[in-house]
Design a protein around this ligand. Structure first.
Ligand SMILES: Nc1ncnc2c1ncn2[C@@H]1O[C@H](COP(=O)(O)OP(=O)(O)OP(=O)(O)O)[C@@H](O)[C@H]1O
Length: 313
């Protein structure tokens, strides 16, 4: 279990993380989703005790990282895969880690087997592909058999096979009852990997909900309608609680509506239509809209947005 309460990190005048509160439950993969610069790495560093919060706190199994007696037995992390000494073998690297953390040596062979590196354990890590380095990083994270695991953008740069392997492996760890938090800037990737999401934008919490809920919201379709009476139609739509954006002089985009609704409202108002079509923005576009605009709005006006703020549910 990971719990953040009012977590804040400032670097000079930059607010990297702003009053972030969320919890990550065991037994499932939780995606930590946000565009580049949203504060994901900073938050992960604070979970791992590598950075101190300016305010608030984050707890792993009920304690701040610094208070865990044997941290590696509580939390393991894959943050930067290629930090292994290039001339050291995978086995030697893990032996060194196990020794310096008071962990039994036999655990080294166990974790090498778990990630499928047992056959190449004697090879120098400097010659490993990115996929193999990732596996070694995961083996290191698992050495202390921790209940909490963090993965920072683990699929970046991997080939499809490597991506598939990591996804499955994270799901297996969660199925064993562990808490798995994985960061990504891609909603499409998270929709395939994570059951729950913590979504951040510019350091602030945007949503804490199931992936299904967020994807449904993000992939909301809109309707494009073209009419010589566009302005009049926008008024009629507004009376029915439907917001229309102006696309050009004669076209409107109506969010959260279907073509039947818009067509019927137009017909009832005697409005001539020249075009009526459903539009679906890509998942990533919609996600950028949710994370970008809503946070800007929050910052500028200091009020919650009307986007998916199921935070703190
Ligand atoms: N050590 C630091 N000093 C100054 N500013 C920092 C530092 N670390 C992060 N920041 C700033 O804090 C903000 C959040 O960065 P962070 O790396 O946590 O975001 P992120 O969501 O992990 O993005 P990315 O995926 O690009 O790493 C950014 O504006 C970044 O420039």
């Amino acid at each position: 279990m990971i719990e953040a309460v009012g977590l804040t990190k400032r670097y000079g005048s930059t607010v990297a993380v702003n009053d972030l509160s969320f919890s990550v439950k065991p037994g499932r993969v939780t995606g930590f989703l946000g565009p580049n610069g949203a504060g994901k790495s900073t938050t992960m560093r604070m979970i791992l005790g590598l950075d101190r919060p300016s305010a608030g706190k984050v707890l792993v199994d009920g304690k701040p990282y610094q208070e865990l007696k044997y941290p590696l037995r509580h939390v393991g992390a894959l943050v930067e895969a290629r930090w292994v000494h290039p001339n050291r073998s995978a086995h030697a690297h893990l032996r060194w880690l196990a020794r310096s953390n008071d962990l039994p040596r036999k655990r080294v062979d166990e974790v090498l087997g778990m990630v499928g590196l047992d056959k190449v354990a004697g090879r120098k890590a400097g010659g490993f592909s990115l996929g193999m380095s990732q596996r070694l990083g995961i083996a290191a994270a698992l050495l202390g058999d921790p209940q909490v695991l963090l993965f920072d953008e683990p699929v970046n740069g991997l080939d499809p096979e490597g991506i598939h392997w990591i996804r499955q492996f994270m799901q297996r760890l969660a199925a064993e009852g562990r808490t798995v938090l994985v960061s990504s800037h891609l909603l499409s990737e998270m929709s395939l990997t994570a059951e729950d999401l913590v979504v951040v934008g510019r350091g602030e919490l945007i949503a804490e909900c199931s992936t299904e809920e967020f994807v449904n919201r993000a992939s909301d379709s809109s309707v494009r309608v073209r009419s010589p009476q566009a302005e009049q139609l926008a008024g009629l739509l507004a009376e029915r609680g439907l917001a229309a954006r102006t696309a050009d002089a004669q076209s409107l985009l109506v969010d959260g509506a279907d073509t039947e609704q818009v067509g019927e409202i137009a017909a009832a108002g005697g409005i001539v239509l020249h075009e009526l079509a459903a539009e679906r923005s890509s998942l990533e576009e919609a996600f950028m809209r949710l994370t970008g605009d809503s946070v800007e709005y929050q910052t500028d006006f200091g009020q919650p947005t009307d986007t998916l703020t199921t935070a703190g549910k």
